[in-house]
Design a protein around this ligand. Structure first.
Ligand SMILES: C[S@@+](CC[C@H](N)C(=O)[O-])C[C@H]1O[C@@H](n2cnc3c(N)ncnc32)[C@H](O)[C@@H]1O
Length: 251
């Protein structure tokens, strides 16, 4: 339970949250994001298809929604890592279900699922060409340490992709889309916790998820943190309608 930096189940406030909602996480996610989160994940997978991607690590893989899609890219070896036992258990079951549905798709590999924190990745250095994190960075207690670890396990020229929500518009968006961003804020503040609560019966968990989205810094700050961790060519783009941001950086 204790690790080098002290990141452990006992010091992780998100552990109980995800442990409580794991079984209903996927369904409730579809409800609260109106299915958009899957669309954004597919866009990310399409980007990875065009770069060297034999060894991929999906950090904060949760129930394996993105991990399974990555594992269907041709010739890949995918590792998914997450500290949460219940989320990982769903991920492993998901693979069995996907496998039975995909009898005709031999290109889909079985991901290797591991338990671990991003801040202490129990993995060899320079062992992946691509590292992904979808909707996970905002949960990490020590973001800077986590980014350094992702840098460490990437091969040279390897690429990090971080998909995350943002409630912080660009200056130009603030002026043009004031009403839209007010709507987004209202949705995250009031609708997300309500739908999450109704979907899972877990009110505190969705209050936490609301707070984690609301307090996540502006993409400019995340871009700077990625640069500080050592990444080059760090950029970010927003996916329609602007509340999902994809960050990339190269080792
Ligand atoms: C919102 S879920 C995202 C899951 C998945 N990537 C997806 O796209 O559905 C966030 C995940 O981050 C994991 N997590 C929380 N703290 C973490 C940490 N320090 N390192 C790695 N993963 C962490 C949680 O256990 C949870 O499974």
């Amino acid at each position: 339970m204790t690790t080098l930096t002290g990141t452990s189940v006992t010091s992780d406030p998100t552990y109980r949250v995800f442990q409580a909602i794991a079984g209903k996480y996927d369904r409730t996610n579809c409800l609260v994001s109106l299915g958009m989160h899957k669309k954004w994940q597919r866009k990310l997978v399409r980007k990875i298809r065009n770069i060297p991607h034999e060894y991929i690590l999906d950090v904060a893989c949760g129930t394996g929604a993105l991990t399974e899609q990555l594992a269907c890219l041709e010739g890949v070896h995918v590792t998914g890592i997450d500290p949460n036992d219940a989320m990982l258990a769903v991920a492993k079951k998901r693979h069995l279900k996907t496998k039975s549905r995909q009898g005709q798709r031999p290109e889909c590999q079985a991901p290797l699922y591991k338990k671990g924190y991003a801040e202490d990745l129990p993995l060899e250095e320079e062992s992946f060409q691509v590292v992904t994190v979808a909707y996970g960075l905002r949960n990490m207690a020590d973001r800077s340490r986590a980014l350094q670890q992702m840098y460490r396990v990437l091969k040279r020229e390897g690429r990090l992709y971080v998909l995350e929500f943002s409630m912080q518009p660009e200056d130009a968006q603030k002026k043009r889309g004031r009403l839209f961003w007010l709507g987004v804020k209202g949705y995250i503040r009031y609708v997300l916790p309500l739908v999450g609560w109704l979907g899972t019966g877990e009110r505190a968990a969705y209050d936490y998820l609301r707070d984690s989205v609301e307090t996540f810094p502006h993409p400019r700050q995340i871009r700077d943190e990625m640069k500080e961790a050592g990444f080059n060519d760090v950029t970010y783009t927003r996916f329609f309608p602007g509340v999902a941001v994809l960050y990339t950086g190269v080792k």
